[in-house]
Design a protein around this ligand. Structure first.
Ligand SMILES: C[S@@+](CC[C@H](N)C(=O)[O-])C[C@H]1O[C@@H](n2cnc3c(N)ncnc32)[C@H](O)[C@@H]1O
Length: 233
């Protein structure tokens, strides 16, 4: 998967991904509107080019309060995010090249007020999604919001993922209608943050294409069928 090219889909205004980006940006705006006064910490896992946060921050009244870390594995996407942040005059936004699954990346920025998990849950196994949700209890300050996305292709795992959040002190604040192929959900953390477990890696970014391939299994008639866990970003 060419993760730079993947971002070109955002430039097609009618695409489901462009719709998703608009929704995520609206939710980022709302989360910043509702955030407590004072310095705000934001972390984005698998941030890509950071279009969600960087699309909102320049015109938001809290722009000077925000310190953000975007963790992304593709150096060219990181370079794009850095260039954009510099061009927009946002020195508080840092883009780093690295494995976002490693909790050490967030050590000095947690507990954060906003956690972005966009384009992640369609690319990792269900067990890793649950592990990542669990890690959100280490990343989030009380009252923090997690904005996360996931496709709703069958089997729709969004209700299950919501349950994983809601069993861990998160309250569902907002969710897109179930008939859209892409979903965006906001969960607010209402419990006490757990200490960050340094040295922990919470997911393996398999990629939706590989995840889909490995979840194909022979059906009863010998033909290949899609099994639970198949995914798109
Ligand atoms: C589906 S895109 C989502 C990008 C961005 N969050 C968005 O919603 O626009 C997934 C991104 O994760 C990045 N990625 C893949 N594995 C990663 C890892 N282990 N750590 C950090 N980034 C990773 C890819 O390079 C890609 O840019």
């Amino acid at each position: 998967m060419d993760w730079q090219k993947w971002h070109d889909r955002y430039d097609a205004p009618e695409s489901p991904l462009a719709w998703r980006l608009g929704v995520v940006q609206d939710r980022v705006r709302a989360a910043l509107d509702a955030a407590p006064p004072g310095p705000l910490r934001v972390v984005s896992l698998c941030a890509g080019q950071g279009r969600d946060l960087l699309g909102v921050l320049p015109t938001h009244p809290r722009r000077e309060d925000v310190r953000a870390r975007l963790v992304e594995r593709d150096p060219a996407n990181v370079a794009t995010a850095r260039r954009t942040a510099a061009a927009l005059g946002l020195p508080g936004v840092e883009a780093v090249t690295g494995d976002a699954a490693l909790l050490d990346h967030y050590a000095d920025l947690v507990p954060a007020h906003l956690v972005l998990l966009c384009g992640v849950f369609g690319n990792i196994t269900d067990a890793d999604i649950e592990r990542t949700v669990e890690a959100c209890t280490q990343l989030c300050a009380p009252g923090a919001r997690v904005i996360w996305t996931r496709h709703r292709k069958a089997p729709d795992q969004v209700p299950r993922i919501c349950g994983w959040f809601e069993n861990r002190g998160f309250v569902r604040e907002w969710i897109t209608p179930g008939d859209r192929v892409q979903s965006v959900t906001v969960h607010r953390f209402t419990a006490t943050p757990a200490p960050l477990q340094r040295g922990t890696r919470v997911f393996d970014f398999v990629g939706y294409d590989r995840l889909t391939r490995t979840s194909r299994q022979p059906g009863p008639d010998g033909r290949t069928v899609r099994a639970a866990g198949g995914a798109t970003p």
